[in-house]
Design a protein around this ligand. Sequence first.
Ligand code: FES
Length: 140
Amino acid sequence: MKIKFLRRNIFQRILGLPATSKPADPDCWQFSDGKFTIDLTKAPELKTSGGAIRLEGGDLSLRILVIHGDDGQYHAFHNRCTHMGHRRLDPVPGTGTIQCCSVNKSTYDLNGKNIYGPAPNPIKMYHTSVDGDQLTIPVD
Ligand code: FES
């Protein structure tokens, strides 16, 4: 597979600034009983393939990246590159990959497998399920 790199400038890479934002509507998701639930009607970022949001902060003990993949499915990843910098990840639209925001650009496929760069291990993934407009992601 030929690896495509997300277009980011060198300062964004050095500082580890991800392209993926937190959701514009902070009320689109909640975390309780070991699972994330996302109201898809309030998360337009996930409406089309290539879209993504990152969920983090507050009392959360982990941060996750949720993407609407090129395969039309939702995917959720532990948002922590397995390289020693532990930077965040972004989808690379149209490629079926996610990529570290750092200079070294470690890249993973949609199964979490590390396929490029110095990352030594796969990314942990979480099961996703959709019921109506609700996306559920258990992380326990
Ligand atoms: S932290 Fe991701 S490639 Fe280094």
